[in-house]
Design a protein around this ligand. Structure first.
Ligand code: SF4
Length: 351
């Protein structure tokens, strides 16, 4: 499974079921990448707890849901390694070690953390320091934990959206400094920019359950239809015969992704006023259903076999720990914290 293939680390914060935005943004790509790269998919439950520490029950359910969504879209556990962050103590250990050498200003000026803190209403304006009464140590320092997530398996590449690049840059800085101080040879991972972005059908950038604007991969046909039918279209179109401007329509943007074979024809009909928005939405519903029905069916199949799903996570997590153990042994040896030679590892048993 490993061979000489380059290694990828990717994953999700489990805060609920995955939706179409995740599929277009990353999942679709991962299904292809798993055959090309040695792929580790980390279910980052500790990352999720940095912002949802008061809802561990929700995270517990989401770990299961996210796993089912992976399997439903075609992540093959015989090819890719799916693992759970909190069950990998090597990540926690590496987080502590990276924390030793990371300058506070690096964290304070990380634009991605700032943007997230703003979205969560934790800071006023731009400066993370304005939120020190609200920000937790875990949230402020989560780029360090993310650097540990990426490097505990010595990943070469991390597939990311452009907005995540500052985290990768910080990760590379941390690793470079760490290697420089301790003489380790941890890889400086590179970002594989290529993840796409899909707006919600109401035009919002964020798709979520609380905004009731997401189409989840597990949704039934009636739920898919309900979301599409309430989508915001060209507001200038009052009657089905009014000429429209597809470029400003959310439904059209979805046609560009999910109904590629009819997208030009749809644009022509819209401009000419020969198709109404209701009919146009119904076509999109049909296309979405043909994409999502096989996912939903496969998801249900896995859902009916919880022991098999447990086994997938257990085996994946064991493999990830074995890789993490190699990385930490190397670090201990270079840092000189392998105080009892090989016996040091006996104090830290891993499967
Ligand atoms: S006809 Fe289709 S593309 Fe044109 S505005 Fe209506 S929903 Fe959008």
């Amino acid at each position: 499974m490993t061979g000489k293939r380059k290694r990828i680390l990717t994953g999700d914060r489990p805060t609920g079921k995955l939706h179409l935005g995740h599929y277009v943004g990353t999942l679709n790509n991962r299904v292809k990448l798993q055959h090309e790269y040695d792929t580790f998919i980390l279910i980052a439950d500790i990352q999720a707890l940095t912002t949802h520490y008061d809802r561990p029950g929700m995270i517990r359910q989401a770990v299961r849901d996210v796993t089912l969504d992976y399997l439903a879209v075609g992540i093959d556990p015989n090819v890719a390694t799916i693992c759970v962050q909190s069950l990998i103590p090597e990540i926690a250990e590496l987080t502590v070690l990276y924390g030793l050498i990371t300058n506070m200003n690096k964290l304070r000026h990380n634009p991605t953390t700032k943007a997230e803190a703003q979205q969560l209403g934790l800071i006023q304006g731009e400066d993370l320091m304005t939120g020190f009464d609200q920000l937790t140590y875990g949230f402020f320092g989560y780029p360090i934990s993310q650097a540990a997530d990426i490097t505990f398996v010595n990943a070469d590449l991390v597939p990311v959206g452009r907005d995540q690049m500052p985290h990768i840059e910080l990760c590379r800085d941390i690793v470079k400094k760490f290697n420089g101080i301790f003489g380790t040879s941890i890889k400086e991972p590179e970002g594989l920019v290529g993840e796409a972005f899909l707006h919600a059908l109401d035009g919002s950038a964020k798709m979520s359950k609380s905004l009731n604007n997401a189409i989840f991969l597990a949704d039934e046909p009636a739920q898919i239809k309900a979301q599409v039918m309430k989508a915001v279209t060209d507001p200038a179109r009052i009657h089905p015969t009014d000429p429209g401007t597809p470029e400003i329509c959310n439904v059209y943007k979805y046609h560009q992704v999910f109904s590629k074979e009819i997208v030009e024809e749809t644009a022509k009909k819209c401009r000419a006023g020969t198709i109404g928005c209701v009919a146009c939405k119904k076509v999109l519903v049909k296309h979405l259903e043909s994409l999502l029905t096989p996912f939903r069916e496969l998801r249900k199949e896995f859902e009916s076999k919880p022991d098999e799903v447990d086994e997938i996570l257990i085996e994946g997590t064991k493999r990830a720990r074995r890789e993490g153990k190699k990385t930490l042994e190397h670090i201990r040896e270079r840092m000189g914290t392998d105080y009892f030679g090989q016996k040091t590892s006996e104090l830290l048993p891993v499967p």
